[in-house]
Design a protein around this ligand. Structure first.
Ligand code: 4AD
Ligand code: MG
Length: 471
């Protein structure tokens, strides 16, 4: 049996394979002079050059087109061309699937630069483009690095439910989950949810945090890594309606330790990507301007290395407000006063212009943060922290949690949440409660930052945004 290899394996170990007979399979990327084709199988950004067998039948040759899928047997030899070290001199070629000529003309497989908007509209084909396969390989390595980091540091991976009854963040709309017949709901004004599937009103979860907290209060250090859903009508380049979030939760951690962990974690991931994704990062660096003409910083690797150089800047919310108010150079569309949530323009100013480095802002006013954050002794601010990144803005949101039963109950009531629904969460504060902390990292925003893409829709296989759920 002749062995089958991935193109990455062959190209990485070129010399070893010289004169060996191998099988390769993949999709044709280019055809030259009816003799050469380049083949890609997704394992790498690089293609393998193939020399076609002589005397192929005319009708068969016509089917060897860009996009077609093939199985090829041949011998690896040194390449005369300068582009590559090895190539495959084939003796056998079988076509699995040909390409519809008319459809091809309109498809993004046509070898020219297409706009990202057009590429997005053919989401099922965009895996075949160099830029998107690059992004997805990097996305994979980011996910792997996250599991590696937590495993190495004694965290347990837990699965929190996707269907839930509570709105963890307390603000923003949620997607409702129901099996009720929408055309036939008795008493529209006062719907009886005891007739629904779960006998209560349920939603797609915006966060696994509350359940992760319960788990951390036994296992010590846990993390979630799953999809979350938000029905906010935010049509921006940083918002998805369905996105992936990583939420570590640590018993016996104070805010300071939480911030240390967040920074250490982000730096580990960035170092891992620098070490493991050089080829794909290099491709993006060389080509990113094609798709993002307005982009300033094309030196992706340098940008990542720069973030590892020194500790992130840390300032309290009140200090941040002081800086923003004192700055005369910049006029904000939304003038800032203490108590207001920072808008994107304020975050951008602090990160891109003032500190020119990632910033962690902590101790936010309680009125703009979720109910579960620990109240400070000033009675006005909570032990919240957000990590702000260049280009992206908020990449992590977290806090030390309110572990004191009475304080927590008070906050639940103040924020008009239903304490009856949250009975179990409150209960965790009655069985050996401890100081604990955690945060949520927006996975897609991190992929966006690392790959340098302008729009978050270009870093997730099938984006879900307001008005868009195709594919
Ligand atoms: O700040 P958020 O809302 O925090 C939480 O959900 C907490 N329960 C986390 C925790 O403490 N366990 O969201 C966390 C992160 C944000 O910093 C942002 O990176 C990302 O999730 N995020 C989004 N990413 C893409 N699209 C959206 N619509 C997002 N909303 C938040
Ligand atoms: Mg947040």
């Amino acid at each position: 049996m002749i062995k089958k290899y991935s193109i990455k394996k062959l190209l990485d170990n070129g010399k070893f394979f010289l004169k060996k007979k191998v099988v390769v399979e993949g999709w044709i990327r280019s055809v030259r002079h009816s003799i050469f084709i380049t083949l890609n199988d997704g394992s790498s950004i690089r293609n393998l050059q193939i020399i076609l067998p002589k005397n192929l039948e005319k009708n068969f040759k016509k089917k060897i087109n860009i996009g077609a899928s093939v199985r090829i047997i041949g011998i690896i030899k040194e390449s005369i061309g300068k582009q590559q070290l090895i190539e495959l001199k084939s003796s056998y070629i079988n076509i699995y699937g040909t390409v519809d000529k008319e459809k091809f003309q309109k498809s993004i497989l046509q070898p020219k630069t297409h706009s990202l908007e057009k590429i997005r509209k053919q989401a099922h084909l965009r895996f075949r483009t160099n830029f998107f396969s690059c992004i997805l390989r990097i996305r994979h390595y980011i996910a792997i690095s996250i599991h590696k980091y937590f495993h190495k540091n004694g965290f347990f991976y837990i699965h929190t439910p996707i269907i839930t009854t509570s709105n963890t963040e307390g603000s923003g709309d949620m997607f409702q989950v129901t099996t009720m017949d929408l055309k036939n709901i008795p008493n529209q004004k006062n719907i009886n949810y005891s007739k629904d599937f779960f006998k209560c009103k349920t939603y797609l979860s915006v966060s696994g945090q509350l359940e992760a907290e319960a788990a951390s209060l036994s296992l010590g250090k846990v993390y979630t890594f799953g999809p979350v859903f938000r029905a906010e009508n935010s049509n921006t380049s940083r918002h998805l309606s369905e996105f992936w979030m990583i939420e570590p939760e640590m018993a016996f951690y104070h805010l300071e330790e939480n911030m240390n962990l967040a920074e250490n974690f982000l730096k580990f991931i960035i170092q891992y990507i620098i070490d493991h994704c050089r080829e794909d990062l290099f491709f993006l660096k060389e080509n990113i301007k094609k798709w993002n003409p307005k982009i300033h910083n094309t030196s992706i690797l340098e940008k990542l290395e720069f973030l590892l150089k020194k500790p992130f800047q840390r300032i309290s919310y009140t200090e941040a407000i002081n800086i923003l108010q004192k700055t005369n150079k910049k006029k904000f569309i939304n003038p800032i006063i203490w108590g207001m949530d920072l808008q994107s323009e304020h975050e951008q100013f602090l990160v891109n212009h003032y500190f020119k480095y990632p910033v962690i802002i902590f101790d936010y006013p309680s009125c703009i943060k979720a109910f579960y954050m620990r109240m400070n002794s000033d009675g006005k601010t909570v032990r919240a922290m957000d990590v702000l990144f260049p280009e992206i803005g908020e990449i992590i949101g977290g806090s030390q949690r309110e572990e004191r039963y009475d304080f927590l109950l008070k906050r639940i009531k103040e924020t008009n949440l239903d304490d009856k629904l949250l009975w179990w969460y409150l209960d965790t504060r009655r069985f050996g409660t401890v100081p604990h902390s955690g945060f949520g990292l927006g996975f897609d925003r991190l992929v966006q930052f690392i790959t340098g893409m302008k729009n978050i829709r270009d870093v997730i296989p099938f984006p879900r945004t307001p008005n868009h759920a195709e594919f």
